[in-house]
Ligand binder design. Sequence first.
Ligand SMILES: *Cc1c(COP(=O)(O)O)cnc(C)c1O
Length: 481
Amino acid sequence: MKTIFEKSSGVGNDYVGVDGVGSDIKELEQLIPENLLRKEPIGLPQLSELEVMRHYKELSDRNFCIEKGFYPLGSCTMKYNPKVNELLASLEGFANLHPLQSDEDSQGALELMYNLQEKLKYITGMDAISLQPAAGAHGELTGMMVIKKYFEVKGEAQRTKVIIPDSAHGTNPASAKMCGFDIVEVKSNSRGQVDVEALKELVDDSVAAIMMTNPNTLGIFEEQVLEISKLMHDNGSLLYYDGANFNAIMGWTNPALMGFDVVHLNLHKTFATPHGGGGPGAGPIGVVEKLKKYLPSPIIEKQGNLYVRNYNIEYSIGKVRSFYGNFGVLVRAYAYILMMGTNLKLASADAVLNANYIKEKLKGVYDLPYDEPCMHEFVLSGEKQHHQGVSTLGIAKRLMDSNCHPPTVYFPLIVHEAIMIEPTETESKAVLDEFIETMLKIAKEIETNPDEVLKSPQKTPIKRVDETLAARQPNLVYKNI
Ligand SMILES: *Cc1c(COP(=O)(O)O)cnc(C)c1O
């Protein structure tokens, strides 16, 4: 008998090929140690197809999704993902292509990845893109590794600090720290922007980079970004742009124009590929010319008429993920970008308009700590309602009774009782008006009958859970409720 399991010849991976599937099962059994062979039937429930279908249909009915209702989850851009993207990602030539097939055999997929790199270069203004990182935080880590390597090669390894504003997404300090940097926080000023005077105090030759989000997580555009980039560059430091949420600026400006050197994008936020629940994502990074030689390998390149994977990158930080990124997500994002074309600019305009519309209708009833024109999102405070007996958590739970996913709450950390609302461009005025009405109704209810609000959610399959217990001792037994 030939060996049934053998190492494939593919590019040094631990990929194991199975030759013998479909051959005599008894032969396979002989290879399994006696003590590992099952003696009794496993006792799986015997169910009809209909029963299984009912089970999954019910589970899906219990789940909340954008196709079911409004999902204003700030910072997360829960926009509608056109279903044609799903269709295209499931085309046989994409879905069944093996990642170890040769370049010659994979021209379509490589062309798509190359073209996507080009589109993302155009959108971000960067000079080179790596599609490899599998999520936003993964992109941040990759970007920070590039920055670290750049300074090592340059002989400036004494740059051990990364400056991060106090409004930043939690992944920013986490990624920089994982990469071995020390985090230095810079405060925001009274207008919710980086305090440039405070920043000047922090800048010296131990600073490798600043990580910024612009518009920041308050939904406010950092007006002094050019002054900040000059300050950092004059100091020999680099600027990292957290572009997880690009929904406010597509086609209007880009990180290169603002003076950034590295950027990551979340294709699973801005570029209409599904996300949530820890599913596959894509967090490509873009870099300026001088950082190109540090990118993860391979980069997809065009040589003559052939698209190739180039592993030969001078100071590459190596690979940050198996193969070439979450290819199915890349297909969806590329389809979306092609479908939208220059309408991406309109999408950003509508995202900003929708956010400002809701903000103007809710301010006064809810506190608005930073009363500025906003970009794609804005942050209210539930402080007043908290004093009336219902915290922001209660408001979030009450929204669930109106078929609305709660906004992001208690983030960013610099706003007490924060409620972060991002409507996105894919909602109609009717939906926005309904949401505004619901939010106003909840504020009224809190004034007149807070106990009723505290009983929420009342209409969801699961009511209020003990959040600590649910996290520490989850009871995942299926109950037919
Ligand atoms: C979502 C988000 C991230 C992290 O992205 P993941 O894909 O969840 O890792 C980083 N920064 C900002 C501003 C975000 O909104």
